[in-house]
Design a protein around this ligand. Structure first.
Ligand SMILES: NC(=O)c1ccc[n+]([C@@H]2O[C@H](COP(=O)([O-])OP(=O)(O)OC[C@H]3O[C@@H](n4cnc5c(N)ncnc54)[C@H](OP(=O)(O)O)[C@@H]3O)[C@@H](O)[C@H]2O)c1
Length: 222
C-alpha cells in the first residue's frame, strides 16, 4: 500500500533528496515548507504545505493523515545565532508535539554527529550541537516510534553511490568523516522500513572502502 510520508525542510539539500527517495520507492511525499521555500522541479507534483513551524494549527493540518514524518529542517548559517535554538530545538519540539496531537506515530529526525557536545567548533554557530541534542531528547521522550539519524559532514556528491558503504553505529561512536546527502536520504528511508531501528540513535558516515551493509544487518552486528 502506498504510504504518505511527510518531509519537513523539504526545500533543503538533504530534505529534497529525502522526498525524491520517497517518490522513487513508490510512496507519496508530502512537503512541509516555509512560505518562501524553493523546491526543485522534481518535487513540483507533490502535495505542499507552506507554514511557520511555530503555528501549531497549521502544523496539525499539514501532518494529519500522514503515515510518518522525516524531519530534515535545520537552521541555515546566519548571523542570527538564535537560529539553532529556534529551529533545531523548538522547531523539532513543535513538530513532535503536532505528531502526537494528530496521531503520526513514526518519526525520523536528521540530527548530527557530535550532537550534545559542548566543546566543539561547530558550536560557534549558536551552540548548534547543544540545541540539536535538545531536539533529539524531545523525540526520545515523545512516546512515538522514533529514530535519530546523525550524519557526519554532508556533501553534494552524487556519483558512484551504489557501491559506497555506510558505516552505521550507535550514539557517540563517531566523531568525523562525511557522507553524501543522497545516502543520508536513503538511510532515512531504510530506517523507516526497518522496525528494529525504532528507539535508536544511528550515526552514519560513508566511504568507498566501507562494505555495503543493510541497516538490519548493521543492527544485528552491533
Ligand atoms: N552541513 C553539514 O555538514 C551537516 C552535518 C551534519 C548534520 N547536518 C544537519 O543535517 C540537516 C540537513 O542539512 P542540510 O545542509 O542538507 O540542510 P539545508 O540545505 O540547510 O536545509 C535546511 C532546511 O531547513 C529549513 N529551515 C531552516 N530554518 C527554518 C525555519 N525557521 N522554519 C522552517 N524551516 C526552516 C530550510 O528551509 P528554507 O529552504 O526555506 O530555508 C531548509 O528546508 C540539518 O539539520 C543540518 O543541521 C548538517
Amino acid at each position: 500500500m502506498t504510504r504518505t510520508i511527510a518531509v519537513s525542510g523539504a526545500s533543503g539539500k538533504t530534505g529534497f533528496r529525502v522526498a525524491e527517495e520517497i517518490l522513487a520507492a513508490g510512496d507519496q511525499a508530502r512537503l512541509l515548507l516555509r512560505p518562501e521555500s524553493v523546491i526543485p522541479s522534481t518535487l513540483e507534483g507533490c502535495e505542499q504545505h507552506r507554514l511557520n513551524l511555530m503555528d501549531g494549527n497549521a502544523l496539525d493540518d499539514s501532518l494529519r493523515g500522514a503515515d510518518a514524518l522525516v524531519i530534515a529542517t535545520g537552521a541555515r548559517p546566519s548571523v542570527d545565532l538564535t537560529g539553532p535554538m529556534k529551529v533545531d530545538a523548538w522547531g523539532v519540539e513543535r513538530q513532535i508535539e503536532s505528531c502526537k496531537r494528530v496521531g503520526v506515530n513514526r518519526v525520523v529526525l536528521v540530527s548530527s554527529l557530535c550532537a550534545g557536545r559542548w566543546r566543539h567548533p561547530l558550536n560557534l554557530f549558536g551552540l548548534i550541537l547543544v540545541w540539536k541534542r535538545v531536539g533529539e531528547r524531545s523525540l526520545e521522550k515523545s512516546g512515538l516510534d522514533w529514530t535519530v539519524i546523525r550524519p557526519g559532514g554532508l556533501s553534494e556528491r552524487e556519483d558512484e553511490l551504489e557501491t559506497e558503504g555506510v558505516l552505521w553505529t550507535g550514539a557517540d561512536r563517531q566523531e568525523s568523516d562525511s557522507i553524501p546527502r543522497r545516502l543520508v536520504a536513503r538511510c532515512c528511508i531504510e530506517a523507516l522500513n526497518t522496525p528494529d531501528s525504532i528507539g535508536r540513535i544511528l550515526e552514519v558516515t560513508s566511504s568507498r572502502e566501507q562494505p555495503v551493509m543493510s541497516l538490519q544487518d548493521a543492527i544485528a552486528n552491533c
